[in-house]
Design a protein around this ligand. Structure first.
Ligand code: AMP
Length: 232
């Protein structure tokens, strides 16, 4: 961390002084003024999917779920990462950040080239990035290389409710990880690895916490109000 910071400062100074031989200080690929990125986090089974669909309808977001992107990559025939992703997902572990950030960046590029309507065109876009960042290294890498985020929507609920919802989903989802062993591992990973990400963004006032125990409509009203603030 410290070395990374010093390296960044040295790069920025070299840029400012036009010193040769130093790597150029890198700007993120997308400009925050044109591309709005909202991270969506919350314990697995906290109803993020439903809320994201409603926000997509209301604000014409592109909704990218890193879980979905990883499952698609895992199933892609000539993927070099298929086995690695499969093992991590089954064990409820965090897939290495290089893979996740690259998949996300590629997906964003594809959407920016094709999506139209409110909020899109001339390099502009708005993304709900669901299930990301699950670990500090991904948060830092994404902000540095891809785009500065505008908001973290953090859906909260208790473990009992989440467990109930996931076991119910497991009856029809045919997902490898909707079983009690994987779910428990995912909860543990979440507490150990993802909570520090929330705490990091809380320090910069970027987190909107949304209680996801009331009705779908009530949750949506709170989430939509938080989103409206960063879109205007
Ligand atoms: P989800 O579909 O969000 O419940 O994610 C299912 C599994 O995919 C997780 O338990 C992880 O193994 C993996 N996964 C999803 N998002 C990420 C991410 N941002 N970073 C690393 N692994 C992820």
């Amino acid at each position: 961390m410290a070395l990374n910071f010093i390296w960044k400062i040295a790069g920025a100074l070299a840029d400012a002084l036009h010193l040769p031989g130093f790597p150029k200080h890198k700007e993120p690929k997308f400009d925050k003024k044109k591309v709005t990125v909202i991270f969506v986090l919350g314990g697995t089974g906290a109803g993020k999917g439903t809320q994201c669909s409603l926000l997509v309808e209301k604000y014409n977001f592109s909704h990218l779920s890193t879980g979905d992107l990883l499952r698609a990559e895992q199933d892609r025939l000539d993927s070099q990462f298929g086995d690695l992703i499969r093992t991590h997902i089954r064990e409820g572990e965090i897939v290495p950040m290089e893979v996740v950030v690259k998949l996300l960046e590629n997906a964003m590029c594809a959407v920016l080239e094709s999506k139209t309507g409110e909020g899109w065109g001339d390099g502009k876009g708005r993304f709900l990035v669901d299930g990301f960042p699950r670990k500090m290294d991904q948060a830092l890498k994404f902000e540095e290389d891809v785009c500065t985020s505008s908001l973290v929507l953090f859906f909260t609920t208790n473990e009992e409710t989440m467990l109930e919802r996931l076991l119910e989903r497991g009856k029809t989802s045919s997902r490898d990880d909707d079983n009690i062993e994987s779910i428990k591992k995912r909860f543990a990973t979440y507490k150990e690895t993802t909570m520090p990400v929330i705490e990091h963004y809380e320090k910069s006032g970027k987190v909107a916490e949304v209680d996801s125990s009331p009705s779908v409509d009530e949750i949506h009203a709170v989430a939509a109000a938080a989103v409206a603030k960063v879109l205007t």
